[in-house]
Design a binder for this molecule. Sequence first.
Ligand code: GLU
Length: 427
Amino acid sequence: MVTVKPVEIPGMECETPHFLDAQRQLDEIALEMGLDPELHERLRYPKRALIVTVPVRMDNGTVRTFTGYRVQHDVSLGPGKGGIRFHPEVNLGEVSALAMLMTWKCALMGLPYGGAKGGIRCEPWNLSIGEQERLTRRYTSEIINIIGPDKDIPAPDMYTNEQTMAWIMDTYSINVGHTVPSVVTGKPVSIGGSLGRQEATGRGVAFCVHRACLEFGITDKSPSVVVQGFGNVGGVAARQLFDSGYKVVAVSDVHGGIYNPDGIDIPRLQAYISEMGRVEGFSNCKNVSNAELLTLPCDVLVPAALGNQIHERNMTDIKAKIIVEGANGPVGPEADHYLHEKGILIVPDILANAGGVTVSYFEWVQGLMHLFWSEDEVNKRLEEIMGRACDQVFAMVKKTGLRPRMAALRLAVSRLAEAKRLRGLYP
Ligand code: GLU
């Protein structure tokens, strides 16, 4: 007898655990707000996903082939917007999940953008500058048909920076035959970048720490803060918080962390880092691991490094009263529920780290207008937009009893639903 094996229908290629987590978050809020099921289904998947093979001539003369991605989750509200990351864990699922997060982030902040993300699976720390440049330029030419100032505008993310953006801008411009600064944001100021863009994410994080302390009713004049990650986000946030009187008791970088319950002198630490290249060994501080750092007693914990740092295995050890997500997705879904139940206030990534994309928007606008603003103007407008978004999220929390992540998501998804309803379905 012939037995016919049932055909297994594979899931979508992007359906990795990371992507399914992002999808479940949408499902949760869709159910809660009674979202139209057909619309919900459309938002569960990326609109467009491109996988490219990127061959690169290495310094030793051999050719290595990398894999790159650019995913546009939704573009109903405007061109795609989102960073490009270089990391060995980059895959279609991760990039798709992060693109979805960008859709919510831009909608929540009221920016005229859709959500996108890109990345190259590589170990950037093992690549020379020349190899990084050739990788970036070839990747740009492979995705050139789907990016552009009206289509999709990349920006820096993990292990990419101003220089990476300058190479993308140059490669794109050479290919179209004229200079197009607004194809990327996060560029160096000398070629059309915005003043205040580099510090914007950290500034926004510090702003949210301040708002969350007020919301939580922390009355201490100098609340204690622990910051994981001392890069473009964590380093800037720590400095901002120190300057406004917070007691930064612990910080870390990839190598490890330092702790002083009486507070760390951040400007002196920054000087130390520029000499030593790491935070470990700084005077009057105890060395702690990145894992220990997360469980230190403090008022506010700012995870500003990698995703999924607070999860099922360490969530019961968290002692902070408030968590402000500087990174994208640092608190896993189980931990998010558990910590909320415990009374910990979590300011979600799509609000807390949205300062970066907000000033990216300013950079794009300034580039299109060929008219540039002062740093004060940029910071003032950033505070206005962050303040408005915080007000709306905390008002939604009060109105619905939702946890802040879901309140923020609800605001974002309803804006998108409205846009999609008005635009209708083609054809
Ligand atoms: N990569 C940043 C983020 O995750 C910035 C994106 C942008 O500026 O477009 O929000």
